[in-house]
Every structure is written in C-alpha cells, then in structure tokens.
Design a protein. Structure first.
Length: 135
C-alpha cells in the first residue's frame, strides 16, 4: 500500500477530526444550557456549571467552524484539564472509574489543535491565517 497517497489527505482529515470533536463537545454544552439532548436528570445551573456550558457552546461553535482555532483550542484544553482535576480526579485515581477519560481525551486533542491549527477546511484558512497572531 502506498501511504504517500493516504498521507496527502492528512490536512483534510485534521479538519474532519476538528469538526467532529467540536460537535461532540458542543453537545455537552447544549445539554447543560438547553437540556438537549435530555439529560437523565436535569442539571441545576449554578455559577460554575453555567460557565462551563457557555464555554462548551461558544468554544464548540468556534472550533467547529475553525474560527480562532488555536487560541480557542488552548482555552478548551485548559478548561478540560481543570474539569478533570476538579470533578473527576477526586473521585478515584483511575480515569475509567472516575469517568474522566473523555475530559482527558478532549484536553489532549484540543492541545493538538492548538499546535496543528484548524486545517484547510476552516474559517482561519479561508481568512489566510492560522487562528493565532503570527510572531
């Protein structure tokens, strides 16, 4: 198999992974803010939960369209690290038991988007930028 032909599609697949990750992340925010999709038990929106829902909705939308991809991804990566250590890690050391494996995965994939950018199918690319001010 000639992997060079497959590798030529890597930039487009970066965009596909960014879009799908953002849509899955956005779903967490819409569940918190709008109870859609319906949660097994409706969430009481306190200060932190409201802030988290807003971060997930706004960040998810910006990431899905690829606007300001790098700074948004950096913020979301940190957000997921904080969420893991605040909500999941105190429950148990093992992520599979404390149900924090999604937060860890989001944290690292957002960190990857910070370094990789949004790919060719993004507003950033259409604007001729990378989503981050150039040095």
């Amino acid at each position: 198999m000639n992997f060079d032909r497959i590798s030529a599609w890597a930039p487009q697949w970066l965009s596909v992974v960014r879009i799908m990750t953002a849509l899955l992340f956005l779903e967490h925010g819409t569940q918190k803010l709008f109870n859609f999709p319906p949660a097994p038990e409706p969430m009481q929106l306190s200060g932190l939960l409201l802030a988290q829902g807003l971060i997930e909705v706004i960040g998810g939308i910006l990431l899905a369209i690829g606007l300001f991809t790098r700074p948004v991804a950096f913020i979301l990566s940190g957000d997921m690290a904080v969420a893991y250590f605040m909500a999941h890690a105190p429950q148990n050391f093992y992520p599979v038991i404390n149900e924090g494996d999604a937060a860890i995965l989001y944290c690292f994939i957002f960190l990857y988007f910070f370094f990789a950018g949004g790919g060719p199918w993004s507003v950033d690319a259409a604007r001729g930028g990378s989503g981050l001010t150039t040095p």
